[in-house]
Design a protein around this ligand. Structure first.
Ligand code: ACO
Length: 318
């Protein structure tokens, strides 16, 4: 059974930065409130000429370039997003076109903030069955479109961006993706949702019961971390890097504590990117690989929880 490894990473952030101070000028909030509750200092927000496809395509180009692979050698593009530019074609198919690909296949995955883990797991399964040899896995969000900019309880939390990895067959045993685990519980769907499917005439802004989401995140992510360790016969001390979904510094710190990982072994971008939903894990991975923190052979745990609720983990040796 072919095994998959990550051969390239890429990221793309919108050029416009919006700081907490900027928000405090038009909302009843403060840098201090946002920072102490969430760890967020600023976020990137799309402006003229930027959208889900343009961000995703640029992140993909960066990942391909690092891998030294041309788009014609990619078999599939899987995009995790809750904020496509259109109902269809899928962002993935538009990205294929932007990269000049006319072969292979592409589709989008909808799993909110867990989307990248879902897409990575799907790509890993395609490679495992031999249906594809090289898959671009992209997380992209333009969450700024879904926000009620008058609602201080939600609009301060999110940002826009894209991250990508190229997943390739050919990992040796004990390398590459070691396990993925996915979960969802639709009975908790009303804790965090966005109405507004095309044609339904409903209002499409994000609604969240923040405290409840926080409570479930801590419990479910702790279970997910234990599940990943148990499945691989590992303990927390074996993990070299935690690359978590970046929703909130307090949730991230809680998971690091559970693994007994020192802060320097946890990749944090939430301070500068805020919560970019499906894009946050590949953006964080991209940063830590490119600045030389994560190296070949390092054992990495990724985890995420989001609307659905959905949650899951991926364990890999880079
Ligand atoms: N600025 C100032 N005051 C605010 C703001 C703001 N931006 N937002 C809310 N408040 C006020 C509230 O109105 C409330 O005031 P009140 O007591 O007078 O009614 C007070 O602050 C406390 O509000 P809570 O919502 O109870 O604050 P809490 O301490 O729970 O923090 C937060 C809110 C940061 C959203 C927290 O619940 C959280 O992080 N939850 C996780 C949610 C999350 O990360 N979701 C992302 C998607 S899911 C995921 O990715 C994991």
């Amino acid at each position: 059974r072919p095994r998959a490894r990550i051969s390239g990473v890429g990221g793309c952030l919108p050029r416009q930065i919006v700081t907490n101070e900027d928000l405090a000028q038009r909302l009843e909030t403060s840098d201090d409130w946002i920072r102490t509750r969430t760890g967020i200092r600023q976020r990137h927000i799309v402006s003229e000429g930027e959208n889900a496809v343009s961000l995703a395509a640029q992140a993909a180009r960066n990942a391909l370039e690092q891998a030294g692979v041309g788009p014609q050698d990619v078999d599939a593009v899987i995009v995790a997003t809750s904020t496509p530019d259109q109902v269809f074609p899928a962002v993935a198919v538009r990205v294929q076109a932007a990269l000049g690909m006319r072969a292979g296949f592409g589709f989008d995955v909808s799993a909110a903030c867990s989307g990248f883990i879902y897409a990575l797991s799907t790509a890993n399964a395609f490679i495992g069955t031999g249906m594809a040899k090289r898959v671009l896995v992209i997380g992209v969000e333009v969450f700024s479109r879904l926000l009620d900019w008058e609602d201080r309880a939600t609009c301060v939390l999110f940002g826009d961006g894209a991250g990508a990895v190229l997943l390739e067959a050919g990992a040796a045993p004990g390398e590459g993706i070691l396990s993925t685990h996915l979960h969802s519980d639709g009975t908790l769907g009303d804790l965090l949702y966005v109405d507004g499917a095309a044609g339904t005439g409903t209002n499409s802004v994000l609604k969240m019961q923040g405290r409840e989401v926080f409570r479930h995140a801590v419990v479910r992510l702790a279970e997910a971390v234990d599940e990943a360790l148990d499945a691989n016969g590992l303990c927390g001390a074996d993990i070299q890097w935690l690359v978590p979904h970046q929703a909130n510094l307090r949730i991230i710190d809680g998971m690091a504590k559970r693994l007994a990982l020192p802060a320097e072994r946890v990749v944090v971008t939430v301070d500068r990117h805020a919560n970019t939903s499906a894009a946050s894990i590949p953006l964080a991975l991209n940063e830590a690989v490119r600045d030389g923190r994560i190296r070949k052979g390092d054992l990495i745990l990724m985890e995420a929880l989001g609307g659905g609720l959905t949650w899951g983990s991926a364990l890999l040796r880079y």
